[in-house]
Design a binder for this molecule. Structure first.
Ligand SMILES: [Zn+2]
Length: 243
């Protein structure tokens, strides 16, 4: 069974009518025929939300996880799992998800600016709603640069650049220099398609996450800290604020 995973093509889908197709009592999780939940990955945490039964009942979804191509929904402890064939509306905690979309897109703007202006590449990152961090191979990073990076990032936010999602055949993706730089070569063997996120005119990355449609929707970005993790490796922390 492969569930229809709507989050990868429509980040703004907040809910979906779905049917429970399988349950896993050990993981206290259910598989639906379609899902709007993001299962976590690439530094973006999994969504939370709820399932509301068409014939009554509701179940709190405290997380989601990918198994193969299926997204499984973890149900809160102490709640009895819905039976197979139960018809539900699956709803995201949209406020939290939208904050994560703004934060994830803000981190990509940061990557794009740091690459464009300093040719420093990303080695990792992580986020919570409205805050995040990115690690760079960035030998020349210094406290003096923080203000300039913050200013450049907010210029790109204010430019309201379009953010596009695409799913490319592997060979086509591997022919794009920008994707090589963002360590596309670390993608597992056997993947036939690569999902990309493009901030038009600024940044292109292989990425599984959910993003806002335009950079203006991010709001405002504040660089809240910078740490040296060695001579070359530097960490930049951000917060995302309302515009
Ligand atoms: Zn990302």
């Amino acid at each position: 069974m492969v569930s229809e995973n709507i989050c990868y093509t429509d980040a703004y889908a907040r809910q979906a009518d779905a049917v429970v197709v399988e349950t896993d009592p050990d993981a206290h999780a259910v598989l639906l025929d379609r899902s709007v939940f993001y299962p976590g990955g690439g530094g973006q945490p999994a969504d939370t939300g709820q399932l509301v039964g068409d014939a009554g009942g509701s179940w709190r979804v405290i997380g989601a996880k990918k198994r193969g191509d299926d997204i499984w929904h973890t149900i809160a402890e102490g709640e009895e799992l819905p039976a197979v064939d139960t018809q539900v509306t699956a709803e995201l905690d949209w406020g939290r998800r939208h904050q994560l979309m703004r934060t994830h897109s803000a981190l990509h703007v940061l990557c794009g600016v740091v690459w464009r202006d300093h040719q420093a590449s990303v080695t990792g990152g992580n986020m919570d709603p409205l805050s995040g961090r990115m690690d760079f191979e960035f030998e020349t990073m210094s406290g003096d640069l923080v203000g300039e990076i913050e200013r450049r990032v907010n210029e790109e936010v204010a430019a309201d650049r379009e953010i596009r999602v695409a799913i490319l055949p592997r060979d086509e993706a591997f022919a794009i220099p920008d994707l090589i730089r963002t360590k596309i070569n670390l993608l597992p063997e056997g993947i036939s398609e690569v999902r990309t996120i493009e901030i038009v005119g600024l940044d292109l990355q292989a990425d599984g996450g959910t993003h806002v449609a335009h950079t203006g929707e991010i709001g405002r970005v504040k660089v809240t800290g910078y740490e040296s993790k060695g001579r070359i490796n530097k960490r930049i922390r951000i917060e995302v604020l309302d515009a």
